[in-house]
Design a protein around this ligand. Structure first.
Ligand SMILES: Cc1ncc(COP(=O)(O)O)c(C=O)c1O
Length: 404
């Protein structure tokens, strides 16, 4: 009798659970200070406004709200998104928008639309783990966007603003260089803008899609697909994201969406359309103030506590700081030690690399802890790292053991 593994489609060979998942399950314990979860602070969910909107939608349009609806998404919500994209330098209309179940589904549908086995996807180092998870089912190989474009490269995936996990923002010049390279090699560009609206310092750079449209004259000539989401600004549980792109791309994504799940929850789309029409920009401003405070608490704590030899990113938005510890230390082993010795957690950086992981990296999120807990958590983490810099053997032994 065959095992299940023999029965699964070949593509499943490249779909694997992340090694860090088991460790992350431990993080719910109340005495752990966790920088691991890269999720919005629930204090910022507009719960009352959502409650009122659900009530109103059910009272006034219950039959529509609880019914099936079109795969491209609610016209009203698509029009609102198109108007925001237009205001952000991308003139377009609702025909350029498909609503997806979060931007995560957009990444899956994009993989399905563009990737054939062994096509090369170019990604940043590090990159968003969930994008690799979505693309893996379409069996690509991965290349490094910075290192050059190999033959067979089809698509480049980027998070230009306040990236997960690095917190990095691409400069205008870097964006232009990516567009040059994409044009030279006829690449499809996937711009993941999950955190774009969460800028809390510095000045905004144009999106890749906006620069692409400025060069090519119209969204219909652009090679960039922009993935947006309401997860980081309203609530991830609504599962509302979108792709903004040329119409032929949107038309195909709509077909794929139909085959996948028909459409995003009608009621959630109607509720979101109501809530964003009220005072979305004032709501965004509250989020920015909140995350700015936490990000600066983390920068201050890192400067105060981290030993020499440790460096970190200084994000201008989003939720993440990327930490580099001296070569020879390993983020996964540091996490084991940090949990056991100091009750502090983070995500090791290695899994965020499509190929050739840099083990001496860590992702810290400041989204869920207040300033005092951030300071205390960084102080504890610094102790764990400092002890291993002082006695590298303790980490090296672990590396040797796990390699055996
Ligand atoms: C860079 C990035 N893209 C996409 C997503 C997916 O978010 P959602 O599907 O909720 O829009 C996340 C979530 O953490 C993310 O960090």
């Amino acid at each position: 009798m065959n095992t299940w593994t023999d029965r699964f489609a070949e593509r499943m060979a490249r779909v694997r659970a992340s090694e860090i998942r088991e460790l992350l399950k431990l993080l719910d314990q109340p005495d752990i200070l966790s920088f691991a979860g890269g999720i919005p602070d629930p204090q910022l969910f507009p719960a009352e406004r959502l409650q009122a909107a659900y009530q109103q939608v059910l009272t006034e349009a219950g039959a529509q709200a609880l019914q099936y609806s079109v795969s491209e998404g609610l016209p009203e919500l698509r029009r609102w998104i198109a108007a925001r994209m237009t205001a952000d330098g991308v003139p377009c209309d609702e025909g350029n928008i498909v609503i997806t179940a979060g931007s995560q589904q957009a990444l899956d549908l994009i993989g399905k639309l563009f990737l054939t086995r062994d096509d090369t996807v170019l990604a940043e180092r590090p990159t968003y783990l969930g994008a690799l998870g979505a693309f893996n089912a379409y069996e690509p190989t991965y290349g490094d966007l910075e290192a050059g474009v190999p033959a067979g490269a089809r698509l480049a995936y980027l998070v230009p603003d306040f990236a997960n996990p690095s917190g990095r923002t691409m400069t205008r010049q870097e964006r232009e260089a990516v567009l040059d390279r994409a044009a030279a090699h006829d690449l499809v560009l996937v711009e993941d803008a999950a955190y774009r609206e969460l800028r809390f310092s510095g000045t905004s750079e144009p999106s890749l899609l906006a620069l692409d449209v400025a060069r090519s004259g119209s969204i219909e000539n652009a090679r960039t697909l922009y993935c947006g989401t309401l997860s980081k600004t309203l609530s991830p549980a609504l599962r509302l994201g979108w792709v903004c792109a040329a119409r032929p791309v949107i038309d195909k994504l709509v077909l794929l969406k139909q085959g996948c799940d028909l459409h995003v929850s009608t009621i959630n789309q109607m509720v979101a359309a109501k809530v964003v029409a009220e005072d979305y920009d004032a709501h965004l401003e509250r989020l920015r103030v909140h995350y700015r405070e936490r990000a600066s608490a983390m920068q201050a704590a890192l400067a105060r506590h981290m030993p020499l030899g440790v460096s970190w990113s200084k994000p201008q938005g989003g939720m993440f700081v990327w930490l580099k510890v001296p070569e020879g230390l390993d983020g996964a082993h540091l996490l084991e030690a940090a949990l056991a010795e100091e009750r502090v957690a983070f995500v090791p950086g290695g899994p965020f690399f499509a190929v050739e992981p840099q083990a001496n990296t860590l992702r810290l999120s400041y989204s869920l802890l207040g300033p005092d807990d951030i300071d205390e958590g960084v102080r504890r983490l610094a102790r764990v790292i400092e002890a291993r810099i002082a006695h590298p053997g303790s980490n090296m032994r672990r590396v040797a053991r796990s390699a055996a």
